[in-house]
Design a protein around this ligand. Structure first.
Ligand code: AHM
Ligand code: MG
Length: 336
């Protein structure tokens, strides 16, 4: 008999819960339900080219960007997979302007689910990887209903964070503060199986940077000098980096997690806070990065220390191998 045991995501969650004697099961319940939503979204994403679900709805989201049908579908799937669990007091989604309350008919719990239902959705039309990002916070306000105070907590208070990558295979990567673990969906049995236990960002890292360089003219002098360093244009050609940019945060971050390097979405003269959202994108990825031994910064401050003032707040993001993130901070401090 083979001595290799197959570890499903479900088994992994149960085993993690056992290590935590005060656990009530509510938290595991949330993770199972996210898994179910991920499988349903994965199925639809895989069908995107063959069913009439592609294309815009004609609506724009609260950030004024074009919303595609699959975004709304994914938001709905996640909301319905979790609204009745009794584990949540509210949810917040990148696609909805306000807090999403739990319907009256269902019991409420002590956690908040924060999610970006389908990040990078402009890539759907061209069959490029996209993803779902999620994070869980614990309720701090009085009363049954989730409030803004519950949603606007610093990233370091997150109980768990993760993402689902709809790529050449579907993967779910998550941390609940005990390392980072990756699971690959086996579509033949419909289960996420542990494929990447205890992920650690490689050190020494690969010398790869990931950024949308078309915005170079809009960057600060410090950011421009950082790019010259990464390209070896500062006289140190032997220390130059290679470049990879997909334009889909989950995919770009996943590569960075596995291979090392840095992903950057800086502030620029047109977008003084960058493009990415603190709550739905930067903070969950920052928790994963730090749990894997990497770093995450807005260029000056650790992402996990930033306290959001608005649920849709944006932030510049520098994330990846700790040493390179630190180097980026050094260049940006020249702007002060
Ligand atoms: P979205 O939340 O509207 O999908 O936008 C976020 C995406 C990220 O996945 C990606 O890192 C970034 O936008 C790419 O932006 P740009 O096209 O400016 O390079
Ligand atoms: Mg997004």
């Amino acid at each position: 008999m083979s001595n290799r045991s197959v570890v499903t995501l479900e088994r992994h969650i149960v085993e993690e819960e056992r290590r935590c004697p005060e656990a009530t099961g509510a938290f595991s319940n949330i993770l199972y339900s996210i898994t179910l939503a991920a499988k349903i979204i994965s199925r639809e994403v895989n069908k995107a080219g063959i069913v009439d679900i592609l294309g815009g709805t004609g609506d724009t989201n609260v950030q004024g960007e074009r919303v595609q049908k699959l975004d709304l579908y994914a938001e709905d799937v996640i909301f319905r997979a979790l609204d009745h669990t009794g584990a949540l007091c509210c949810m917040v989604s990148e696609e909805s302007e306000d807090i999403l309350p739990i319907p009256k008919e269902f019991p409420k719990g002590k956690y908040i689910l924060i999610f970006d239902p389908l990040d990078g959705s402009s890539n759907i039309d061209v069959n490029v990887s996209i993803g779902t990002i999620f994070s869980i916070q614990k309720k701090v306000s009085e009363g049954e209903d989730g409030t803004l105070e519950d949603c606007l907590q610093a990233g370091c208070k997150q109980i768990a964070a993760g993402y689902v990558l709809y790529g050449s295979s579907t993967m779910l990567v998550y941390t609940s503060g005990q390392g980072v673990h990756g699971f690959t969906l086996d579509p033949s049995i419909g289960e996420f199986l542990l494929s990447h236990p205890n992920l650690v960002m490689p050190d020494p890292p690969s010398r790869t940077y990931s950024i949308n360089e078309a915005y170079y003219p809009r960057w600060s002098p410090g950011q421009q000098r950082l790019m010259q360093r990464l390209k070896g244009l500062d006289g140190k050609e032997a220390e130059s980096y290679s470049s990879r940019y997909i334009g889909s945060l989950v995919a770009d971050f996943h590569r960075t997690l596995l291979k090392g390097g840095i992903f950057m979405y800086p502030a620029d003269s047109k977008s003084p806070n960058g493009k990415l959202r603190l709550l739905y994108e930067a903070a969950p990825m920052a928790m994963i990065s730090e749990q894997a031994g990497g770093g995450a910064s807005n260029g000056r401050t650790r992402i996990l220390e930033l306290v959001p003032e608005d649920i849709h707040q944006r932030t510049p993001l520098y994330i990846g191998s700790a040493g390179i993130v630190e180097m980026a901070e050094g260049f940006l401090s020249e702007d002060d």
